[in-house]
Design a protein around this ligand. Structure first.
Ligand SMILES: *[C@@H]1O[C@H](CO)[C@@H](O)[C@H](O)[C@H]1NC(C)=O
Length: 175
């Protein structure tokens, strides 16, 4: 009788521990600093819109699964920083931003801490798609790069629309 009670107690404990296990696979923690190691556009982006220098992207994952994203970019001789929210959708890996004018798909690569982002944007009557290979360090990674090229082929994008921007740690305005 005593041992049965003990067994029941143990089973209960196991159930509780299981319930506390890590969140399911689709809930990655994207918080931190990210670097764009390579990019590709789908052919609709005018060449003056293609960045040659990029800066680290800061992400804070909020409790509901939305991602607060801060990007820095260089335009007309000045550094600009802006923050936007990537809103989680029902579909795993799919986010929206700027009142649904931007749809972002995130997929994992097989390389640790490397992801591929694909954004479809509508802006001032212009529509374009942009893919980015993002990693948690700024270093070249040939294996992740190969996967990014496979992604480009799979998405029917063109390899000649791929570019590798220079990564700079911070945006500095010189006078
Ligand atoms: C690029 O993607 C946008 C958004 O999905 C689409 O509207 C546009 O037609 C695409 N352009 C080309 C050249 O495929």
């Amino acid at each position: 009788m005593k041992s049965l009670l003990l067994t029941i107690l143990l089973l209960g404990l196991v159930a509780i521990l299981k319930a506390q296990e890590a969140p399911p696979d689709d809930q990655e923690d994207y918080s931190g600093i990210w670097y764009a190691k390579a990019m590709v556009h789908n052919g609709s982006l005018p060449s003056h819109k293609i960045p040659s220098i990029v800066f680290p992207v800061r992400v804070i994952a909020l409790e509901e699964g939305d991602l607060e994203t801060t990007v820095v970019f260089w335009k007309n001789g000045h550094c600009h920083e802006f923050k936007f929210m990537m809103k989680k959708t029902e579909e795993p890996g799919k986010y929206t931003a700027f009142h649904n004018t931007k749809v972002i798909h995130v997929e994992k690569t097989s390389v640790n801490e490397h992801y591929i982002f694909y954004c479809e944007s509508r802006h001032n009557g212009m529509s374009f798609g942009m893919g980015k290979l993002m990693g948690r360090d700024p270093d070249e990674n040939p294996e992740a790069m190969e996967e990014f090229k496979d992604f480009i082929k799979r998405m029917n994008l063109r390899l000649e629309n791929m570019f590798v921007p220079e990564i700079r740690d911070e945006c500095v305005e010189s006078d």
